[in-house]
Design a binder for this molecule. Structure first.
Ligand code: ZN
Length: 256
């Protein structure tokens, strides 16, 4: 992936170097006093991994701003929070084990950079574009929130009669986020020529590696489709490809 694209403004609220105490003190409610006076860097992170995340996020911002403005709407950018160990979020307490996630309650994207090392070592998904796919997927959840899709799905899930139904709806949400990640790749490629040979394969390898079937096979030795919450590796690849080839939000109707 070609980076070094300058001039992108990234919305980063805080970049934490401190431990969980410091992080907690920043996110807990009014009245609580910070326990330590350790320095907090706000702005664009300067180390390589953090800078990469903010670059990719900045590029997704460019893509979605263009798509929204075509529809006469403004794209409200999500915030990025890089953390280590644990963090208190608008969606509750999170540990690094949760992996990268988006919290619709506070419109923030939480990423522990340790996950990217795990992506390479445990999931054998190498390369920058594998990481970019993960970031773009989380941004996809932000887009779903802005468009009201997330709220509709939550409603439908509350009316669901079984765990399998709840999970099936969740899978459709996740596959749509994969398709949206593909839309980002489409625009990064066609509008800004950021995509290099092999990049799409890196994303597809990552999409397969984080598929429910791949993970279940690895962790429990067998696959139970009813418990899928993200879709199979093949489905995840299929929807990423669809977004990438069309670049169109309408093509990402996984609920049809
Ligand atoms: Zn997701």
């Amino acid at each position: 992936m070609k980076l070094g694209i300058g001039g992108i403004v990234v919305a980063i609220i805080a970049y934490f170097i401190g431990g969980p105490d410091l992080v907690m003190s920043l996110f807990s409610g009014a009245g609580s006093q910070p326990q330590s006076e350790a320095p907090i860097e706000a702005g664009t992170p300067s180390d390589e991994a953090g800078a990469f995340v903010s670059h990719v996020l900045g590029d997704t911002e460019e893509t979605w701003t263009a798509i929204f403005s075509q529809a006469g709407r403004q794209y409200p950018s999500p915030y990025l929070v890089l953390f280590s160990q644990g963090i208190n979020t608008g969606c509750g307490q999170a540990s690094s084990a949760a992996g990268p996630f988006y919290c619709p309650a506070d419109n923030k994207l939480y990423i522990d950079l340790a996950f990217f090392r795990q992506l390479e070592s445990e999931f054998s998904a190498q390369g920058d574009f594998a990481k970019a796919y993960v970031i773009a997927h989380e941004v996809g959840h932000h887009v779903q929130t802005v468009l009201g899709t997330s709220a509709k799905v939550r409603e439908a899930q509350q009316l669901s009669r079984s765990e399998a139904e709840v999970n099936a709806l969740q899978v459709r949400m996740e596959l749509q986020a994969d398709c949206y990640a593909g839309i980002w790749a489409h625009h990064a490629d066609s509008a800004r020529q950021l995509v290099e040979q092999g990049d799409i394969d890196e994303a597809l390898t990552a999409a397969s590696a984080v598929g429910d079937d791949t993970i279940q096979k690895r962790v429990q030795g067998h696959v139970n489709q009813e418990s899928f919450t993200h879709g199979s590796g093949a489905e995840r690849q299929q929807w990423f490809r669809k977004g990438y080839s069309t670049g169109s939000v309408d093509a990402c109707n996984t609920f049809q």
